[in-house]
Structures are given as structure tokens and as C-alpha cells.
Unconditional design. Structure first.
Length: 178
């Protein structure tokens, strides 16, 4: 399941291009971005990647499939944050519904980073025409996994992809520090 915005003829064309792009593969350089988080602090991808891989999830408060995926994102955040993973949920709520984002996140006690993309510029860079759109970026800045929509099987696939980009540790050792 996924949510889409109302699309005109041009929007439909962009959707077709985005879907064709998805079928080609997930590889490629992740576009850098800088957005404010829900506390007003600027956050950028380059700084996040300095700590490790980053999951970027595009969502909106009105998107029920987006909300269904949040518990799994929280679990990944808690499971792998000590190994350098950062989970970032980028809200594409409009300026009118933006005021619902912070209260929703805080009421649900989600602790991953939440950024605001009210103009949709970052979503456009990542072809997030339908949401939720989840992208895993390796520490080197390469897109290594993408998914659109919510399906429970996505959770397992994303966990597997995350494990593939985390630093490997030797048997019997604690976390690897680079």
C-alpha cells in the first residue's frame, strides 16, 4: 500500500518516470540535502553519513501506510544505532498540516530523527512520488536499497540490507569503531 498525491498530467508523467527508474535498480549516489528537524535544528545528509549508514523514510501524517511502518523503523533505530545507523523520517506534510508532525511523533514516543520537507524539494530529489518511500544509503553515500509502499515483508528486507552495510565485527568482539 502507498499514498500518492493528486497528480495532473505532468505528475502522472513523473510517476511513470519514477517507476521506470525504480525498476532499473536502487544503485546510485544519494543526493545531499539539508532540512530542519522538528526542533528547528538543521540536519544534513553528509553529517549523518559521517556516523554510518542512513535510512531515509518519506512520509506524511495523513498517510496510513506510512504510519504502519513506523514501529519497524523505531525497532531498526534501537537495534542498530550503536553500530552507526541513523533513521531519518522526512515529513512531506504541507505547510498547513506541518503543525501535526511534532505532536504525532512525540505522542508515539518515536526517537528517530524527523525532518520537515514542506516544499517537497528533497522528496523530488529522491523520486518520492508515492509514500512511504524508504531509501537506505551506505556510509559511502550510495543508495543500496529502496522500497515504495508498506508491506510487512519490507521490514525483513530492510533489516537484511542494513546488516549488509554495517561494519562487520570479529567473533567475540564488541561493536566495531572506525
Amino acid at each position: 500500500m502507498s499514498c500518492t498525491r493528486k497528480l495532473g498530467i505532468a505528475g502522472f508523467g513523473l510517476l511513470v518516470i519514477a517507476l521506470v527508474g525504480l525498476s532499473i535498480g536502487a544503485e546510485g549516489k544519494a543526493p545531499d540535502f539539508a532540512l530542519a528537524n522538528i526542533d528547528g535544528k538543521d540536519v544534513n545528509l553528509t553529517n549523518l553519513l559521517a556516523h554510518g549508514p542512513v535510512i531515509i523514510d518519506f512520509w506524511a501524517t495523513w498517510c496510513k501506510p506510512c504510519i504502519k511502518g513506523f514501529p519497524a523503523l523505531q525497532q531498526l533505530h534501537e537495534k542498530y544505532k550503536e553500530q552507526g545507523l541513523t533513521v531519518v523520517a522526512i515529513s512531506v506534510d504541507s505547510p498547513k498540516s506541518r503543525s501535526r508532525v511534532a505532536p504525532f511523533i512525540k505522542s508515539q514516543k518515536f526517537t528517530f530523527e524527523v525532518l520537515l520537507d514542506t516544499e517537497g524539494k528533497v522528496a523530488q530529489k529522491y523520486n518520492a512520488v508515492a509514500i512511504p518511500r524508504t531509501v537506505l544509503v551506505s556510509r559511502e553515500g550510495q543508495i543500496v536499497y529502496t522500497s515504495v509502499g508498506y508491506r510487512p515483508t519490507n521490514e525483513e528486507k530492510l533489516d537484511e540490507a542494513v546488516r549488509s552495510v554495517l561494519p562487520k565485527k570479529a567473533a567475540g568482539e564488541g561493536p566495531v569503531v572506525e
